[in-house]
Design a protein around this ligand. Structure first.
Ligand code: ATP
Ligand code: MG
Length: 192
């Protein structure tokens, strides 16, 4: 087993142990963090995700952004470009389906595709992060590919994680895209 695999297993186990009450409270703390951070609160178009595997739940944040009149998008697996994501506009009545990874996503409808440059922020799920802003995901490379051309241009990535997902230092690969910014329910990191 590689070190990356071991970290993924351990942190995924830890976050799945959070109780429903802890998850609910964390999700609402996240909304407060965003509401109190000007550049995040003022976004006009953001990508979020639906929680899976004990991830910090962005649903209250999605509702909050809708109430602000902000466009919310969700990632959809690209139908013929394996390993890549599309971002589709998400509204309360958007038809949804379960994708091959078992995750709920909007049904692909080309009229709902929002090109990446139109997004202000891509809130990025992750399994583990370290004190330098390095990020370890679930292992598909989806967000590394998505974020590989965004440095200084276009949407700003903002990692979302529970506090228990922080590790001292991650073993990093050449393709891993570090995060410039990350929110937990209690902390706001800005690295670069
Ligand atoms: N920009 C890229 N172009 C091509 N392949 C990539 C790119 N980024 C990552 N990959 C490939 O994706 C695979 C998984 O990468 P990695 O283990 O870093 O995933 P991850 O960061 O945990 O997942 P995710 O980004 O989906 O959360 C690796 O085999 C890597 O070669
Ligand atoms: Mg990676």
């Amino acid at each position: 087993m590689t070190e990356r695999h071991q970290i993924r297993q351990a942190i995924r186990h830890t976050r799945r142990q959070l109780t429903q009450a802890e998850q609910t409270s964390a999700a609402h703390q996240l909304v407060q963090q965003v509401a109190n951070t000007q550049h995040l609160a003022q976004a006009k178009a953001v990508a979020l995700y639906l929680a899976n595997d004990g991830e910090l739940d962005p649903l209250p944040l999605i509702n909050w952004y809708w109430a602000q009149g902000c466009q919310v998008c969700l990632p959809v697996l690209h139908p013929f470009c394996p390993g890549h994501l599309l971002f589709l506009r998400f509204q309360p009545d958007t038809p949804m389906q379960v994708n091959i990874l078992g995750i709920l996503e909007p049904k692909l409808d080309i009229r709902l595709i929002v090109p990446k440059p139109q997004l202000d922020i891509i809130y990025t799920p992750l399994v583990a992060f370290d004190a330098q802003g390095n990020r370890l995901g679930m292992g598909g490379g989806f967000y590394d590919r998505t974020l590989s051309h965004t440095a200084n241009l276009g949407p700003q990535p903002v990692g979302l994680a529970h506090d228990c997902q922080q590790v001292t230092a991650l073993p990093i690969a050449s393709w891993d895209v570090p995060l410039p910014e990350l929110l937990t329910p209690t902390q706001h990191f800005r690295w670069r």
